[in-house]
Ligand binder design. Structure first.
Ligand SMILES: *[C@@H]1O[C@H](CO)[C@@H](O)[C@H](O)[C@H]1NC(C)=O
Ligand SMILES: *[C@@H]1O[C@H](CO)[C@@H](O)[C@H](O)[C@H]1NC(C)=O
Ligand SMILES: *[C@@H]1O[C@H](CO)[C@@H](O)[C@H](O)[C@H]1NC(C)=O
Ligand SMILES: *[C@@H]1O[C@H](CO)[C@@H](O)[C@H](O)[C@H]1NC(C)=O
Ligand SMILES: *[C@@H]1O[C@H](CO)[C@@H](O)[C@H](O)[C@H]1NC(C)=O
Ligand SMILES: *[C@@H]1O[C@H](CO)[C@@H](O)[C@H](O)[C@H]1NC(C)=O
Ligand SMILES: *[C@@H]1O[C@H](CO)[C@@H](O)[C@H](O)[C@H]1NC(C)=O
Ligand SMILES: *[C@@H]1O[C@H](CO)[C@@H](O)[C@H](O)[C@H]1NC(C)=O
Length: 900
């Protein structure tokens, strides 16, 4: 806004005139205005009601009020004409802003200043005070700025008395208006009006008519103003013919783009982002010849192609159409732009649409373009080589498309390029020195392709690139096997992702210690990097550490007290987890240490990390007992300590973890009973306690865990019967009780396992995915029941045939008697059936042949009799041996009827 400058130039002009005409040597003192005492008194009164914590009104005490800070007097008349008390600190988030905000009340004494034309109280904190009505009495005002000053309540209608007002800024968050009729009082003066964030929902249907009465308006800003209706036609739009800037962003308009906009032919800037506009972009935009800025982004629903007329607009500098449903190709629009010789487009964002096709060569004609964002569309093909002609390009984003092929060498010409994002496409080919030769300004590079593609960096081993990167993200590209010089010299990095880049080298300590202390991400996963890591490094901001799947050695790295994510899995790290891990990593959420050589105990201080979510310690050499100190850690939902040397009991205090969902403690030496308290963890979905020395009866409360998906208690010493209650676990899909000392029958209620009976959803299984790689491991046993190696007696209950999604049934090595159910083929998805080593008698049912999915069968060592049905797939005699009375193929013993 230029108005605030107006007074100053006139002051200088006047001084100049004085010098030239009067040639008074010490004109400065001569021209210095004197303060009018009634005005001085008014200012003092005004100041007295303010609270000026930072003392920026210190100068408001001397005799000459014209030289108080923020006060300006007319040079000739000495009247106060301007008060500028805008907060000098403009960064709202800084503490300084708070400190230098004025507070308190606004005193009416200002009305004494009859010549005040400029009042700026913006960016202060009047703590919810209403805008005082007396401001409407200072009719000399031409500029009033009350923005961001925590005023609230209704905007007083008597501001409409300020008939000279040219600029009114009421940008704020808790003001509202219930009618806008008062605007008519400003109808011949007001040029600038900002009521963004003012709640206009009470202003009624006529809000736009009311604004259009102000025929002098050049700039109207009404973003986030709770406007719900935008008229599609507007007879009075002619009144707004001077309008140059219109901002209606952030209002839920839910209409097509209205036609009356195109009669506002003086528009320079039109902003309609986040308005939920529908329909297509009208070609009538061609009428807006002066348009420089057009923002239609984030409407989510604008459709159709980008009209080529937008490319013809001679002055367009800024075009944002991102986050819509635009489709079609870019050719028409870009060709128009490239024909438009004077095109001055600087910013183009078309990201997050449904645009398609290859990028046309005409892109290269956009010589002034600084930002080009085409990410998250479905563009195909390779990058046109004309890209190298975009001499002003600073930011290029082609990420998340379906582009392929090699990366044009002409990239190397983009000397201004700062930010390059080529992520998530399927690039291949070779990147050479020439691709980077002039990229002096490059600060960030993101380049990822599909893992199976071959994209290779082939640069000389001594190459020193012209850039110093701050961010690097390269995935699935071959950079290694050595850790190249061009990476070694990057010492300003604050975000590092080098995932699956084929580096097999050691990384010099100097590189780690050279990384910026601002670093937040350090991801070196899926390489074959060797060696020990430097121990004494301080990265105070480092958040996310992923060194997984390499060959790192040495102790637990302690680099950051700010880490939330630590992935060290699949390496050769050794030594202890520090006992005071809670102090060293107080903000840690996910700890993945699996598949290393860590030793020692699991420190009890883990119980004191309140944000812990996942603790994955599998396949190490941890010993001692699990800490029994768990208390209200609301987020902890996964513990995987399997395949260690843990002894002692399962901690009772686990029941204090309200979110616990996954508990994997298999393959340890745990003993004792499953603690009763565990039934309080009602969200448990996956339990694996197999391969321990646990004893006692199977707890009946397990069936009350309504989310339970997997229960594995195999290879322990559990006794007693299978409790009926277990049948009531509606989501159970994996049940493994094998290798225990369980006796008694299989309960008939087994058909109540509804997840296996009806194949209901798989969602709980997803929890395992968070425990990285475990999901894959358990995937193979979904819908399985394994009761083998116990002492289970009785018959195979016919009810089991109701479990029609059952894939694996293993009842071997028990004492089951009776027949194999005749209708066994009702288990039509069965893949594995093992009934060996029981006392089953009778004939093998013919219907077995009907189970086409059956891959593996074992009926050996029972008391089955009669002839073996024709099961083409199962010609291995060992399936049937140990049944004295069985006969026929594939057994050597012929059946009586065949002998004849
Ligand atoms: C000014 O602000 C300070 C600190 O917030 C407060 O202690 C003091 O009472 C205020 N004075 C007036 C006059 O409001
Ligand atoms: C007021 O005038 C005095 C003397 O002319 C000068 O030293 C001082 O800096 C001025 N104060 C302000 C706030 O301009
Ligand atoms: C009002 O003041 C704010 C800063 O507090 C400034 O950003 C804004 O441009 C001013 N409004 C006008 C119209 O000058
Ligand atoms: C100022 O405006 C108010 C409300 O619009 C009105 O009631 C009042 O008469 C006006 N005062 C003057 C002096 O015009
Ligand atoms: C805006 O004002 C209306 C009443 O005029 C009120 O119902 C609504 O809640 C307000 N919106 C906000 C965000 O405060
Ligand atoms: C890119 O993808 C298209 C369509 O899938 C295919 O026809 C073309 O051969 C691919 N080009 C390269 C270089 O891989
Ligand atoms: C720690 O990380 C958070 C992000 O999780 C960041 O906001 C914060 O600034 C960091 N703390 C320090 C001391 O850098
Ligand atoms: C099994 O389901 C049936 C019918 O839904 C119900 O009556 C019975 O109580 C259930 N049995 C058990 C042990 O949950």
């Amino acid at each position: 806004m230029d108005l605030k400058l107006k007074l100053r130039p006139s002051f200088f002009l006047f001084s100049l005139v004085l010098i030239l005409l009067l040639k008074v040597p010490d004109f400065v003192s001569a021209a210095k205005p004197k303060c009018i005492s009634t005005e001085r008194q008014a200012l003092l009164t005004f100041r007295a009601s303010l609270n000026d914590t930072s003392g920026r009104l210190k100068s408001w005490s001397g005799p000459d009020c014209c030289n108080w800070s923020g006060v300006l007097c007319d040079v000739r008349t000495s009247h106060v004409v301007k008060i500028d008390l805008r907060n000098p600190v403009q960064d709202v988030r800084s503490d300084e802003y708070e400190r230098s905000s004025l507070r308190g009340k606004l005193h009416q004494s200002l009305t004494i200043l009859k010549f005040l034309s400029y009042l700026d109280l913006s960016s202060n904190d009047f703590g919810g005070l209403e805008i005082p009505e007396f401001l409407g009495q200072i009719v000399s005002l031409r500029y009033l700025n009350l923005s961001s000053s925590s005023f609230s309540g209704e905007i007083p209608a008597n501001l409409g008395n300020l008939s000279k007002l040219e600029s009114l800024d009421l940008y704020a968050s808790s003001l509202r208006v219930s009618n806008l009729r008062w605007l008519s009082g400003l109808s011949t003066s007001l040029k600038y009006l900002n009521m963004a964030n003012v709640n206009l929902s009470g202003a009624g249907e006529t809000w736009l008519e009311d604004f259009s009465k102000v025929t002098t308006l050049k700039e109207l800003r009404l973003s986030d103003s709770e406007i719900k209706n935008l008229p599609l036609s507007l007879s009075s739009s002619a009144n707004l013919k001077h309008l140059e800037v219109l901002d209606l962003s952030g209002n839920s308009l839910n209409t097509p783009i209205p036609n009356w906009l195109f009669s506002l032919t003086n528009l320079r800037e039109l902003s309609l982002r986040w308005c939920f506009l529908e329909g297509s972009i009208p070609t009538e935009f061609k009428n807006l010849k002066l348009l420089e800025t057009l923002d239609l982004s984030n409407n989510l629903a604008l459709q159709g192609e980008i009209p080529s007329v937008l490319g013809d607009l001679p002055r367009l500098k800024f075009l944002d159409l991102s986050a819509n449903e635009l489709n079609g190709q870019l050719n028409g629009f870009l060709d128009a732009l490239s024909r438009n010789k004077g095109n001055s487009l600087v910013f183009l964002d078309l990201s997050s649409n449904k645009l398609a096709g290859a990028l046309p060569e005409s892109l290269g004609a956009l010589r002034n373009l600084q930002t080009l964002d085409l990410s998250s569309n479905t563009f195909t093909g390779s990058v046109p080589s004309s890209i190298g002609n975009m001499a002003s390009l600073k930011k290029l984003d082609l990420s998340y498309n379906t582009m392929n092929g090699s990366i044009a060498e002409s990239f190397g010409k983009l000397a201004e390029l700062v930010d390059l994002n080529l992520m998530a496409n399927t690039w291949e080919g070779v990147l050479q020195k020439s691709h980077f030769v002039n990229l002096r300004s490059l600060k960030t590079i993101r380049l990822t392709t599909e893992p199976y593609r071959s994209l290779i960096f082939k640069v000389p081993s001594t190459w020193i690139p012209p850039f110093r990167l701050e961010l690097i993200q390269i995935e699935n590209c071959q950079i290694g096997p050595s850790f190249p010089m061009w990476l070694q010299v990057q010492t300003k990095l604050n975000y590092v992702v080098l995932r699956n880049t084929g580096i097999e080298d050691t990384i010099p300590d100097s590189w780690f210690s050279g990384i910026s202390s601002e670093v937040t991400y350090l991801i070196l996963a899926n390489n074959r990097i060797k060696g020990r890591l430097p121990q004494k490094l301080a990265f105070p901001k480092l958040n996310n550490i992923d060194l997984s799947s390499n060959s790192f050695e040495g102790p637990f790295p302690l680099w950051s007290t700010n880490a939330t994510e630590l992935r060290l899995y699949e390496n050769n790290f050794s030594g202890y987890i520090p006992q005071n891990i809670d102090v060293l990593m107080p903000r840690i959420q996910n700890i993945y240490l699996f598949h290393n050589s860590f030793t020692g105990n699991i420190p009890s201080s883990l119980c004191d990390i309140s944000g812990l979510q996942i603790l994955s310690l599998r396949k190490n050499h941890f010993s001692g007992s699990l800490p029994n100190c768990w208390h209200r850690q609301f987020m902890l939902y996964g513990i995987d300590a399997s395949e260690n040397n843990l002894s002692g009991q399962i901690p009772e205090s686990l029941d204090l973890l309200p979110s616990l969902s996954v508990l994997l403690l298999n393959q340890n030496a745990l003993e004792g009973k499953i603690p009763e308290s565990l039934q309080n963890c009602s969200g448990l979905t996956n339990i694996d306690l197999g391969g321990n020395k646990l004893t006692g009866k199977l707890p009946s409360w397990l069936g009350k865990l309504s989310s339970l998906f997997m229960l594995r208690l195999q290879s322990n010493s559990f006794t007693g019967q299978i409790p009926d209650d277990l049948c009531s676990a509606p989501n159970l899909r994996i049940l493994d009780l094998s290798g225990n000392k369980i006796s008694g029958p299989i309960p008939k209620c087994i058909s109540n396992l509804t997840a296996i009976a009806r194949g209901t959803n798989n969602e709980v299984f997803q929890n395992l995915v968070f425990i990285v790689t475990r999901a894959r491991e358990y995937q193979d046993i979904v819908n399985s029941i394994n009761l083998s190696g116990n002492n289970i007696s009785g018959e195979i209950p016919r009810e089991i045939l109701g479990l029609s999604y059952l894939r694996i049934l293993n009842l071997s090595n028990n004492s089951m008697a009776g027949n194999i159910p005749e209708k066994i083929s009702e288990l039509s998805r069965l893949e594995t059936l093992d009934l060996s080593r029981n006392k089953l008698s009778g004939a093998i049912p013919q219907s077995l042949a009907a189970i086409s999915s059956l891959q593996s069968l074992n009926l050996s060592f029972n008391k089955l009799e009669g002839s073996i049905p024709k099961l083409v797939k199962f010609q291995d005699p060992s399936i049937y041996i140990g049944n004295e009375l069985l006969c026929g193929k594939p057994l050597p013993k012929k059946c009586p009827k065949d002998i004849k």
